[in-house]
Design a binder for this molecule. Structure first.
Ligand code: NDP
Ligand code: 2IT
Length: 453
């Protein structure tokens, strides 16, 4: 390993040198390199105009996590066989508040994936305006095909190690892919048992034990509120628009539900195996069936409804539509998908998932002047309501659904304003630049205030 040190007199050269250093220090972590490169390329021109950040090496410091914890998770399956997985928590940056971010249970989880997610979470959490730092964690455990008891035993074992690293003022995990209300409940129950204290150490809890109204819906709803703000700002709306939603999990379901309620027509949803094409649009009945299947971790291929045609092995991006909402996973839109979308008349892409578009796809959208709502801004509604869950827990209060939903709308509108403030150039808003700079400034200024550490 070598020192992380760059000297260059323009943003482009600095970016090259910075990325060489980052790749050298973090070998074999392509997702993390991708996330860092995207942020650096939009931030560097700004940072070069504000030399205090260059002098204090803020970008180099921001891309080095405070700590990465990895641990063994042993559990027993229903047959009595011993199983071993790896658990992680990446505590990336706590300059503006306790580490905050979800836990992902998926076989693709590794250090690179969690570092990209933890890194992006720093900016996203800052954009919410709430006092939360960035972190992420999870395991390569695959909940698919596991019984409820197996999932419970895994969650309990995972928390038996994780508990010593977290706390309501230290690090507050939540859900992400493969981790929903059920898994959060098992983990919260185990934490409470281990420390003998009832505290808001996790968010996304059940309403009976400290959860917040609207947390389940918040990421999907927030994504659509952000889209509404962006379209309105540009004299457009969702009314009557044809939309593609990828994924069929938590984020996708509530994004699709909100789109339907706004008279948009959702013609596709998907999962890791294929796409449902719904020529006449999603209905409440179809969404209920999808929700039921996914609650039981079943594939969409099993859906039986004349209103939906299943396309095995296909992504939704080849279907004609006005707007696309990738809500499944990272890198699900590459350059060829971006071209297919654009050629089919797509006018905007709003990211519900984290880093669903490759950097080449984003560049293509920018070249073709599509609306692009980056994840850090567009999907921040989930973590924002998590932060409100933390506030309610620390006050010993519970706000009603209407109250929380109106706060969510306000937060998404404020995030949109921040993107416009930092991203407006020649009468157009670059939401990517706006989100990256808007998220950066508060964290960077806090780091400057702390001195060199
Ligand atoms: P869920 O586990 O509820 O749903 C995930 C969905 O994405 C499923 O439909 C799943 O398909 C699909 N999927 C997962 N991995 C892949 C893959 N490798 N290729 C194709 N499809 C895949 O997760 P969430 O809805 O919570 O999360 C979706 C995205 O949103 C993630 O990027 C997450 O980080 C992000 N996010 C989540 C937030 C939250 O509050 N939950 C907040 C902000 C962002 P299948 O059913 O076949 O597995
Ligand atoms: O990516 C995300 O913002 C989340 N998975 C939600 C994190 C949280 O702490 O609510």
């Amino acid at each position: 390993m070598s020192d992380f040190f760059c000297i260059a007199d323009n943003p482009k050269e600095y970016h090259e040198c910075f990325m060489q250093g980052l790749v050298k220090r973090n070998p074999g972590e392509p997702e993390f390199h991708q996330a860092a490169s995207e942020v650096a390329s939009t931030l560097l021109p700004y940072v070069f105009d504000h030399k205090k950040y260059i002098e204090a090496k803020i970008l180099e410091r921001l891309t080095e996590p405070d700590r990465v914890i990895s641990f063994r998770v042993c559990w027993e399956d229903d047959k009595g066989d011993v199983r071993v997985n790896r658990g992680y928590r990446v505590q990336f940056n706590n300059s503006i508040g306790p580490y905050k971010g979800g836990l992902r249970f998926h076989p693709s989880v590794n250090q690179s994936v969690l570092k990209f997610l933890g890194f992006e979470q720093i900016f996203k959490n800052s954009l919410t305006t709430l006092p939360i730092g960035g972190g992420k964690g999870g395991s390569d455990f695959d909940p698919k095909g596991k019984s409820d008891r197996e999932i419970m035993r895994f969650c309990q074992s995972f928390m038996t190690e994780l508990y010593r690293h977290i706390g309501e003022n230290t690090d507050v995990p939540a859900g992400d892919i493969g981790v929903g209300a059920k898994e959060v409940s098992y983990m919260f129950g185990q934490y409470k048992r281990l420390v003998n204290r009832f505290t808001g150490v996790l968010t996304g809890k059940g309403l009976e034990f400290g959860g917040s109204h609207i947390r389940t819906e918040a990421t999907g709803y927030g994504l659509i509120y952000f889209t509404m703000n962006a379209l309105e700002h540009n004299g457009d709306s969702l009314d009557g628009k044809v939309c593609l939603v990828s994924g069929s999990g938590n984020v996708a379901q509530y994004a699709a539900q909100k789109l339907m309620s706004l008279n948009a027509k959702v013609v596709a949803m998907s999962d890791s195996r294929g796409t449902l094409y719904m020529k006449n649009g999603l209905t409440v009945e179809l969404l209920d069936q999808i929700r039921e299947l996914k609650l039981n971790r079943q594939p969409l291929a099993k859906l039986e409804n004349p209103g939906a045609e299943y396309r095995e092995g296909q992504k939704p991006w080849g279907i004609e539509a006005d707007f696309a909402f990738p809500c499944a996973t990272q890198n699900e839109i590459d350059l060829s998908d971006a071209k297919a979308l654009t050629e089919n008349g797509c006018k905007g892409v709003f990211e519900g998932a984290n880093m669903p578009c490759t950097n080449e796809a984003i560049e293509y959208f920018q070249e073709k002047e599509l609306f692009f709502g980056p994840a850090k801004a567009a999907n921040a509604g989930g973590v924002a309501i998590s932060a409100l869950e933390m506030s309610q827990n620390s006050m010993g209060m519970s706000w009603d659904a209407e109250n929380v939903d109106s706060r969510l709308k306000q937060i998404m509108s404020d995030i949109h304003k921040t993107c416009v403030l930092y991203g407006e150039k020649n009468g157009r808003t670059c939401y990517l630049t706006g989100a990256n700079i808007g998220g950066f400034v508060k964290v960077a200024d806090a780091m400057l205030a702390y001195g060199i550490n």
